[in-house]
Design a protein around this ligand. Structure first.
Ligand code: TMP
Length: 237
């Protein structure tokens, strides 16, 4: 399958039509933004890391029973996906406190939770992706009760699989954000990406950050962190 027309350009990816309307091709860019696009930059090689790592994770999750939009990796930056309607939610799981959770609730970064948290933000850049709860999601029709039950079930499975996997890379999965889509028949499947842009990865021994927080917080060593995650996952060969 080949890229045809540019359908949509986001902050980190471009999406193209293909000859078959049931599929699209996503192309990962090196562009990085943070704080709702306020901060802009380039992370050289990020597109390759995110494309390959996301595809690796989606294949693993499929094996473990989570349906995804992954179809075929075309090259280092381009992947064929099933075309879906994105459910307008950012679904966030946290195993340890960090980022906006630490800020909002005054819990120090790195605090281990007694159980993972599940939270939702409404995907709306103009509103700054505000937090939203289950009843609010159902009230505005962003998702139905049944869809939300499916999303929550798959999300907790994604966390289980990812925590276990990243342990084998000596990486602590602090938190992550995922998105879901609807196939034309209404089936809910995992969509978007799983990468250092969308997860917090800390080295198990040193707690060194190996993710986009290095860009968000101007810590330096951003490209090196993405390359290190590629290596840890075994995708550098
Ligand atoms: P937060 O602590 O800033 O709410 O972020 C929680 C997780 O979600 C973290 O792994 C980074 C990820 N994330 C995104 O993927 N996209 C976003 O726009 C934001 C704000 C966070």
């Amino acid at each position: 399958m080949e890229k045809k027309e540019l359908m949509y350009e986001g902050k980190a990816k471009k999406v193209y039509t293909t000859e078959d309307p049931a599929y699209c091709v996503v192309s990962y860019k090196d562009d990085a933004t943070a704080f709702n696009g306020e901060k802009k930059g380039t992370i050289v090689g990020k597109g390759v890391v995110n494309n390959r790592m996301s595809n690796f994770m989606f294949r693993l999750l499929e094996e473990k029973g989570v349906p995804t939009d992954f179809v075929e990796e075309l090259n280092d930056r381009d992947t064929v996906l099933k075309r879906v309607e994105i459910v307008p939610l950012e679904v966030i799981v946290r195993n340890k406190a960090a980022g906006s959770f630490s800020k909002r609730f005054g819990v120090p970064e790195g605090t281990q939770f007694k159980a993972p948290t599940l939270e939702y933000c409404l995907k709306d850049d103009a509103l700054g992706d505000p937090m939203i709860n289950d009843s609010q999601i159902i009230a505005i029709g962003a998702a139905t009760k049944e869809e939300l039950d499916t999303i929550a079930k798959y999300t907790m499975k994604v966390n289980e699989v990812m925590v276990e996997f990243f342990k084998t890379c000596n990486v602590d999965l602090i938190d992550f954000k995922i998105e879901f889509g609807r196939l034309p028949d209404g089936t809910i499947i995992l969509a978007d990406e799983i990468s250092p842009d969308t997860c917090r990865f800390w080295d198990m021994d040193t707690q060194e950050k190996l993710d986009k927080d290095r860009f968000r917080r101007d810590m330096g060593g951003v490209e090196e962190a993405y390359a290190e995650m590629m290596k840890r996952v075994g995708l550098d060969k």
